[in-house]
Design a protein around this ligand. Structure first.
Ligand code: B12
Ligand code: SF4
Ligand code: SF4
Length: 326
């Protein structure tokens, strides 16, 4: 390939990373759009062991999930970005009479916010490169977000199974542009967990059943967000403590989060009351107030009944021995 032809993709990639920085992303990296073989085996094993619990949407579109070219015809490159949601006022309270809502759910729903930013990034790429076809994804389709970010050199998948960056910790969302032009790929990131086991030791429900594997049926994030119904076993409910939406424990104890970065996205700022409301106050919240508080916010995913159930479990945990009583 002549030098000039080789230089163009390099220049496009450098420009793309600058645009991403300016748009508020913590990092941006590039990988070749190929079939994921090793990861497909892990996914298959995870699904066949029932670790996905009731998330049956994880079983669909297997071929698309492990091959971006099946999802976006003509795909040649996966561009991954990290978007921090860490905010200094988003600290779930440790006082057991207060409800703990995961940091990621403090402000506006990332699906909308990040997608908008990704479209802006796509426009920048089109302005620089000319005709580019592709799609933007934010946890919105069968795409293995963490795998692509790892392959793009943005970080490694830690033993708690979240992606960790050496210079941005793990308090971020991941999104992608899958496009039909070729850009020079970045080197994949290496694993820096070493002999650490803090996340495995701290998980109150032993959901990280072996390093790099989470059993959703035991994960508080699953039981408080995705699980429908009031049939969560008592020992699992006790593990919730005062978490009423999601769980941040495995990331709170991770030493790499001392390198995390505060978000530059104003829409991720915590809404009033998110981290300062008592369980009793949450328990008194009626349906209209719930709709108002969590409009365009991740908490609405668990629905009013699920949220009230979570609050009730957390209140039972204040009075041990009462779980399961009506
Ligand atoms: C399903 C899902 C969940 C499920 C299952 C979690 C899980 N670990 O899979 C539940 C509801 C529990 C969940 C919880 C959370 N989630 Co979630 N979730 C997803 C989703 C939709 C798919 C993940 C997936 O593919 N799982 C399938 C299994 C097979 O993959 P895996 O556990 O990641 O395993 C990989 C490796 O660990 C490895 N592996 C697996 N087994 C083994 C075994 C061995 C021996 C080895 C060596 C390797 C290995 O291979 C797999 C593939 O590479 C992604 C979005 C997306 N589209 O990717 C978000 C996503 C992973 N979630 C996210 C977040 C923020 C969370 C929470 C932090 C939210 C919270 N605070 O409550 C928690 C974290 C819990 C945790 N410790 O994982 C972010 C993570 C951002 C980041 N920094 O990594 C994502 C990427 C969404 C996004 N776009 O930003 N989530
Ligand atoms: S999110 Fe909570 S319950 Fe799930 S693996 Fe991490 S520490 Fe365990
Ligand atoms: S707590 Fe330790 S083992 Fe767990 S993800 Fe962080 S560095 Fe890896």
């Amino acid at each position: 390939m002549p030098d000039a032809a080789r230089e163009l993709p390099d220049r496009l990639k450098t420009a793309l990373k600058k645009h991403a920085e300016r748009l508020g992303f913590e990092a941006c990296g590039v990988a070749r759009a190929v079939k994921l073989d090793a990861e497909a085996a892990h996914l298959e094993e995870w699904l066949s062991s029932g670790r996905h619990a009731s998330m049956n949407w994880m079983t669909g579109h297997f071929e698309k999930r492990i091959d971006p070219r099946r999802l976006v015809p003509g795909a040649r490159t996966v561009i991954s970005v990290l978007h921090s949601y860490l905010h200094e006022d988003a600290v779930p309270p440790s006082d057991p009479t207060m409800g703990r809502i995961s940091r990621y759910a403090s402000g506006d729903d990332y699906h909308f916010v990040m997608k908008e930013r990704l479209f802006e990034l796509f426009e920048c790429l089109r302005e620089d490169a000319g005709a580019v076809e592709g799609r933007a994804f934010v946890d919105s389709a069968p795409v293995m977000d963490k795998v692509w970010a790892q392959r793009s050199g943005l970080g490694w998948i830690g033993k708690h199974t979240n992606l960790i960056s050496r210079d941005a910790g793990s308090w971020f969302f991941i999104g992608e542009l899958i496009v039909d032009i070729e850009l020079p790929p970045d080197d994949p990131a290496t694993d820096y967990c070493g002999s650490c086991t803090r996340c495995l030791d701290a998980c109150p429900t032993d959901a990280i059943f072996q390093p790099y594997s989470v059993d959703a049926t035991k994960c508080i994030s699953y039981t408080t967000i995705e699980h429908r119904g009031d049939d969560i076993p008592p020992d699992m409910r006790r593990g919730h403590g005062n978490w009423i939406f999601g769980c941040d424990i495995c990331q709170e104890v991770c030493p790499w989060n001392k390198f995390s970065r505060t978000t530059r996205e104003p829409r991720y700022a915590p809404r009033p009351g998110m981290h300062t409301t008592t369980l009793e106050e949450w328990d008194e919240m009626d349906l209209d107030a719930f709709r108002e508080q969590f409009r365009k916010n991740p908490v609405k995913r668990t629905k009013y009944e699920g949220f009230k159930r979570n609050v009730r479990y957390a209140m039972e945990n204040l009075r041990p021995g009462t779980e399961g009583t009506p």
